[in-house]
Design a protein around this ligand. Structure first.
Ligand code: HEC
Ligand code: HEC
Length: 284
């Protein structure tokens, strides 16, 4: 009898230990499972990104290098996503700028789902886009996965454009003389201005925006008190502030301008780009 009780007690204790151990292990097991599931989602998202998003947001989502379906390098029209200002901090700089009060996950998911502005397409089925909810979720996880200690270690520099072109060109971020040949490359390839404006030597006609062939003289006639340089500088940063009179198919529409408003943000990473484009357009 005594023996039976002892055996029973010991068996009970062993059973409790095994049970307790596996109960303790359960959260870890769940976490491993969730991580594996997240890993698969990110992997699927990376494929969706390569096929649908990289043409505008670029290789590695840095909006520096974009290719068309034939493999030709083209202008990146999108913003960088692998980017401190979008991903770092619980409330990232971008979320503050856009007045977003929800989570970062929802900011990205919502932008992808519904699109934004004239260029970023709508992706989710529910809004008439091509992606199912799980695919939108996967590509959201893929974008979020760029948040890393390295990305977020460097402080975010948002460039403050001086109001006056003169002040900007005399500032510490510009090397003079500016390089018009580099400006031409930026105008035709990196920023894709020529897709809308044609080229300044007239070799490619303007399709959507005004021809800039005579902008050196026309620019000085647009806004009282602005010479051509100030006008062009301001037009690139704030396209909607003044709408040019003549577009290829009639009067230019707006405000808002058809011209993207994100060049200031994109050139902020390398302000010399602005100086070189001005040199190309104005021949200085
Ligand atoms: C045709 C070009 C184009 C394609 C293709 C494109 N985007 Fe965009 N995307 C843009 C532009 C332009 C913006 C900036 C919109 C604005 O703020 O006016 C943007 C903005 C975004 C933003 C918000 C960025 C921020 O800083 O607020 C996210 C996230 C995004 N895109 C993800 C995607 C994903 C994911 C895909 C593919 C499923 C995709 N985009 C495909 C052009 C594109
Ligand atoms: C998607 C087409 C598009 C792209 C890309 C584009 N623009 Fe424009 N741009 C326009 C349109 C449309 C206008 C006329 C409406 C307005 O004044 O905002 C315009 C106006 C201008 C003007 C004023 C022209 C005038 O006659 O008064 C300048 C200067 C200019 N753009 C420079 C640029 C530069 C530089 C780039 C590249 C960094 C660029 N644009 C990219 C469409 C575009």
């Amino acid at each position: 009898m005594q023996i039976k009780i002892v055996i029973g007690t010991v068996a009970f204790m062993i059973a409790m230990m095994v049970f307790g151990y596996s109960a303790l292990r359960e959260p870890a097991r769940l976490e491993r499972f969730t991580n594996a599931e997240l890993g698969r989602s990110i992997e699927a998202g990376s494929e969706i990104f390569a096929n649908n998003c990289a043409t505008c947001h670029g290789v590695d989502a840095t909006a520096q290098e974009c290719y068309d379906a034939q493999g030709n390098q083209i202008a990146c029209q999108g913003l960088p996503l692998n980017y401190n200002g979008l991903l770092c901090g619980d409330v990232s700089q971008r979320m503050k700028d856009m007045g977003w009060s929800g989570t970062k996950h929802d900011y990205i998911l919502t932008t992808i789902s519904a699109g934004r502005g004239p260029i970023m397409p709508t992706w989710a089925n529910q809004f008439g886009g091509p992606l199912r909810p799980d695919q939108v979720q996967n590509v959201t996880n893929f974008v979020l996965n760029y948040e890393s200690e390295t990305l977020c270690a460097a402080p975010l520099v948002t460039y403050e454009w001086p109001e006056l072109a003169q002040e900007f060109l005399a500032g510490p971020d510009v090397t003079l003389p500016a390089d018009p040949a580099r400006g031409q490359e930026l105008f035709t390839v990196t920023y894709g201005c020529s897709a809308c404006h044609g080229t300044v030597d007239g070799s490619a006609p303007a399709a959507i925006g005004p021809s800039l062939v005579n902008i050196e003289t026309d620019g000085a006639t647009r806004v009282d008190g602005q010479d051509a340089q100030q006008y062009v500088y301001h037009s690139i940063l704030y396209p909607s502030d003044f709408i040019a009179p003549d577009c290829p198919t009639g009067p230019c529409s707006g405000p808002p301008s058809v011209m993207p408003a994100n060049f200031g943000a994109r050139m902020g990473d390398n302000p010399q780009d602005m100086a070189d484009i001005l040199a190309y357009l104005l021949g200085e």
